[in-house]
Design a protein around this ligand. Structure first.
Ligand SMILES: Cc1ncc(COP(=O)(O)O)c(C=O)c1O
Length: 441
């Protein structure tokens, strides 16, 4: 079939027929354990009866009502719930249908904030190398993912990139002790060089997902960049599309750093993949001038706040809270990371195992001492992903984390309610795939 999708180097995709808990089943009856929720989406696994019942109930009542005409109980309750789960630090939520739109909205709200204050030269964004923020033109412009940008170069926004905050791959000549100060100074230098009057926002992933292979920021980094941003009236936008909504063991990933950003995007774990749902959260400080000058955020789409999607999100969040699943993600996540590290310790090519909660990255290197990557032609992470898939395990291979082209990482991100035995099966099958791929090198 023309235009048939293919993924992770797997040419002929199996046809999915159903999911149940942490497992998916294809038309041939083969079972797959969802060790990564695709790209870290399925926080409650598949076909959760309570989520399905909540969506079905909503569909029976009304699927969707247009946001400029009606509010709904699902939308209001989800909004109250998310604002509360975020610790009461945000005032407003703008719903969207994808992570890219949530990031795009974050960028537009930052620009609108400064326009409302009469600071119309504050238009420029600063982002980080080795980051991914999405596929709309604005979100792609702030993403440093060479393969995904290439075809669109020339039409992207002019964005300034600063170094990634990666303790495993530090800028040349910088020691671990100096890393945070170096990165904060680099950001400050970028803002001053551009002129603070031109810079609207600094955008970053608190734990880098696909572009880095789960890279948490070093301790003290977020506080340091927040104070640089405050000094120059630059907004801090945290993109928690992948790492947020509980994935790293706290509802907001930045709770770990005790930092509240000015604007935050969330998506994947919000409705857990049951219906597309994403959101942008805004603090009172950012919203106030917009409210008084413009009345409302000038962003949003026809399907913003889709009623059935909000019902799905509400059901997912209620279950996670009721079943105290984030406690499980925190405590069992630490054990899972240790178990993966132990299971892979016999492979010299495993350079780093890192992450938080149920968001774990494994980086493979040609040489542990020098941390040199494998050649991109070897496509090692995709080879491991394809072997795991053939063996009935879904994990999330990523490439290019070192320089945009070379680098092999794999993400493990199970559902928050995956059982202990399912987590064991993930580790066993993953180690088997790594072994098979490395043995064939
Ligand atoms: C951190 C981050 N931001 C934004 C996006 C874009 O989200 P979406 O693919 O839902 O548009 C992604 C997707 O993987 C992501 O990981």
């Amino acid at each position: 079939m023309k235009n048939r999708p293919s993924g992770f180097g797997i040419e002929k995709l199996p046809r999915i027929v159903r999911g149940q808990g942490s497992y998916l089943f294809d038309a041939a009856g083969k079972r797959y354990l969802d060790g990564s929720g695709g790209p870290a989406v399925f926080c409650l696994g598949h076909a959760h009866p309570e989520v399905n019942a909540a969506i079905t109930q909503q569909l029976h009542e009304i699927a969707y009502a247009y946001r400029y005409l009606f509010t709904s109980s699902a939308l209001e309750h989800l909004t109250e719930t998310v604002l509360r789960l975020c610790g009461g630090d945000f005032q407003d939520i703008v719903y969207t249908g994808s992570g890219s739109e949530a990031v795009e909205s974050a960028m537009k709200i930052a620009l609108q904030h400064f326009a409302a204050r009469g600071l119309r030269t504050k238009r420029h964004f600063i982002a980080r190398r080795r980051s991914w923020h999405g596929n709309t033109l604005g979100a792609l412009s702030i993403s440093d993912f060479a393969q995904r940008r290439r075809a669109f170069e020339g039409s992207l926004l002019d964005v300034t990139f600063v170094s990634a905050a990666n303790a495993y791959r530090m800028p040349d000549g910088v020691s671990a002790e100096d890393l945070v100060a170096h990165l904060a100074a680099e950001l400050e230098h970028a803002i001053v060089s551009l002129g603070p009057q031109c810079v609207a926002a600094f955008v970053f992933e608190p734990i880098v997902g696909a572009a880095g292979g789960v890279v948490p920021a070093p301790d003290g980094y977020v506080q340091a960049i927040q104070s640089v941003c405050r000094k120059y009236d630059v907004l801090l936008i945290a993109d928690e599309v992948m790492c947020g909504s509980g994935r790293s063991g706290t509802w907001r990933a930045l709770e770990h750093d005790q930092v509240v950003p000015d604007i935050m995007s969330i998506a994947k774990g919000l409705a857990g993949g049951y219906i597309p749902l994403a959101a942008t959260l805004v603090t009172a400080r950012v919203a106030a001038p917009i409210r008084s000058e413009h009345g409302a955020f000038m962003t949003g789409h026809t399907f913003t706040g889709h009623t059935a999607a909000c019902a799905a999100g509400l059901a997912v969040q209620n279950i996670i809270e009721r079943d105290r699943l984030l406690d499980r993600v925190r405590t069992v996540g630490a054990t899972l990371q240790e178990t993966i590290r132990h299971a892979l310790s016999r492979f010299d090519e495993v350079g780093d195992v890192r992450g938080r909660g149920f968001f774990i990255g494994i980086e493979l290197v040609r040489d542990r001492q020098t941390r040199l990557p494998f050649s991109p032609e070897r496509a090692l992470s995709f080879d491991i992903g394809a072997r795991a898939f053939a063996d009935g395990l879904i994990c999330y291979p990523c490439s290019g984390n070192v320089d945009g082209t070379a680098g092999d990482t794999i993400i493990i991100a199970p559902p928050y309610n995956a059982s202990d035995s399912e987590l064991e099966e993930i580790v066993t099958k993953f180690a088997r795939a790594v072994d098979a791929a490395l043995s064939s090198s």
